[in-house]
Design a protein around this ligand. Structure first.
Ligand code: JFZ
Length: 510
């Protein structure tokens, strides 16, 4: 697979727009040559899950040394959670997708790179940043109302602006803006009060305003650094040692029990195993911490991070989390109104749960610190469904079936030349030790739901949305079962059928 393929694959639709846009300007250079390493990483780990960690790690990470039992304990809350809120918020919410009167294509938080904004001009946004509409209580309450169990917020994105009170670098929300508040601290307090986990997205590698920070290519930026302003030039190791690592230490030390998660991003070849190991030494001081597969330097981390897509069959044997936007940007863009429907978002959550993953769904607060209304509305609707049907999502195991998710085409190929996966959207399934849940999207016209390969003996059936829990008639012969449903779905998006069916005494597959 070409580097460019890998690059686009990881970018997903929202990010790909930026790359396509750079092509439209007639520029051809291989996109982000440096990305191959980290893009290949999830693919390798997905296939080789039981292999021991490569011995060449200069510093062993917690994943290298812990027992399977310790790992299960460390990951327990995360596996139970299934649904989290991603928050991309920073100075880029001021231009909100427009620079010098021009709408800049691509994802909003990349505007500095995509529009080649000089460092001084970008830094001049800070004195204008006064997001007095930010209310940590309301955002945490929104996440809870949506049924989300954790939040991951950008403590620093690629633009290098820290959204917290950093002593290590004064390009931050307390030192450089009139706002003079630490939203990360306020969020940490609210998350503690309202009982939800908090994690930090920290761009450890790309930093477009610190000398020596890395930049991935867009437009006509030139190798090897892809910088567009002399002020960005410097030494990467020095950047790490004077900014990225000191900030990581602050974030890990200053917010009590949090962060529960560190979400790294976009490692480049600059992040050698040796440099990454300096970060791992810091992470190792926090044995409860969960961190993703985007550190770099060959470290696999805890989680696969498919971006803007749901893997056809999950990542068997690996923890994973699909991160997705509701529209086509992570950071706020005033004119991006291409919002997915609540139906799509909820079915994504169900699809992901049925494959054993988590859904990290993004919101992009505006320059006042306010979450756009379209996002609030969708989250509240998702929460309403979860209020009734949450037990079919939280703490569940993947489907016993599998074929319901779709099938690989005999004729069509995907962009990598492999058989294209065509998802089916009739139903999904999750399981617990004593239950099988069927989330029905397409209500059977016959009134009967037929399932093959039902390998557990069913002792009862009812609909979660039926508060009376009226028993439904069913007929199981061997491993096939027919359940008689009421004439109409109880929920237009997904009606959950519960089958009481214990793991113990499973029927051997025919
Ligand atoms: C990354 C970030 O760059 C993006 O801004 C957002 O935070 C998302 C969750 O994670 O997505 C990517 C990854 C790789 C590239 C671009 C966006 N890339 O290779 O240019």
């Amino acid at each position: 697979m070409s580097t460019r393929r890998l690059f686009l694959r990881q970018l997903g639709t929202a990010g790909a727009a930026a790359v396509v846009a750079s092509n439209a300007r007639g520029l051809s250079a291989p996109a982000a040559a440096g990305l191959a390493g980290w893009n290949e990483q999830p693919i390798q780990t997905a296939e080789a899950t039981s292999e021991p960690m490569p011995p060449e790690h200069p510093v062993a990470a917690i994943q290298d040394t812990e027992t399977p039992e310790q790992r299960d304990a460390r990951m327990a809350w995360w596996r139970e959670a299934r649904f989290g809120m991603f928050i991309h918020w920073g100075l880029y919410s001021i231009p909100a997708g427009t620079w010098n009167g021009k709408q800049i294509p691509g994802i909003g938080e990349w505007i500095m790179n995509t529009a080649s904004i000089p460092v001084a001009d970008y830094k001049a946004l800070a004195p204008k940043f006064n997001p007095t509409g930010f209310n940590a209580h309301d955002i945490v309450a929104l996440a809870k109302a949506a049924g989300m169990k954790y939040i991951v917020i950008t403590s620093k994105h690629h633009d290098g602006f820290a959204m917290y009170d950093s002593k290590a670098n004064d390009f931050n929300i307390v030192a450089a803006t009139p706002f003079n508040r630490d939203p990360i601290k306020e969020l940490a307090e609210e998350c503690r009060n309202q009982g939800i986990k908090l994690g930090f997205y920290h761009s450890q590698d790309q930093d477009w305003t610190a000398p020596g920070g890395a930049a991935l290519k867009t437009g006509d930026h030139q190798p090897p650094t892809y910088h567009w302003d002399k002020a960005q030039d410097g030494n990467f190791q020095q950047y790490l040692e004077t900014k990225a690592i000191p900030q990581l230490k602050e974030l890990l030390a200053n917010y009590g029990d949090y962060p529960a998660v560190i979400w790294f991003d976009t490692p480049t070849p600059d992040m050698t195993p040796q440099l990454a190991s300096q970060i791992v030494s810091v992470l190792n001081q926090y044995p409860k911490l969960i961190w993703n597969n985007r550190l770099g330097g060959g470290y696999k981390g805890d989680t696969e991070t498919p971006e803007q897509f749901i893997p056809a069959q999950g990542y068997p044997g690996r923890d994973w989390e699909s991160c997705m936007t509701m529209n086509d940007t992570w950071g706020y863009k005033s004119y991006d109104k291409n919002f997915k429907s609540t139906e799509t978002l909820l079915r994504n959550l169900i699809d992901i749960a049925s494959k054993g993953g988590n859904y990290l769904l993004n919101v992009g607060p505006d320059s006042h610190g306010v979450v756009p209304l379209e996002e609030v509305v969708r989250l509240r609707q998702m929460g309403k469904w979860l209020d009734v049907n949450g037990e079919a999502i939280y703490g569940t195991q993947p489907t016993l079936f599998g074929a319901e998710a779709g099938s690989f085409s005999d004729t069509e190929k995907d962009k990598d030349g492999k058989p294209k996966f065509i998802p089916a959207w009739d139903w999904r399934s999750t399981t617990k030790a004593d239950k099988v849940y069927i989330q029905i999207f397409k209500w059977p016209a016959s009134g009967t739901l037929h399932l093959d390969k039902m390998t557990r003996k069913v002792t009862g059936a009812y609909l979660l949305a039926d508060s009376a829990r009226k028993p439904l008639k069913f007929n199981q012969t061997g491993d096939s079962i027919d359940v008689q449903l009421p004439a109409k779905a109880l929920d237009p998006i997904a009606t959950v059928l519960v089958l009481n069916a214990s793991k113990v005494g499973a029927i051997p597959p025919s």
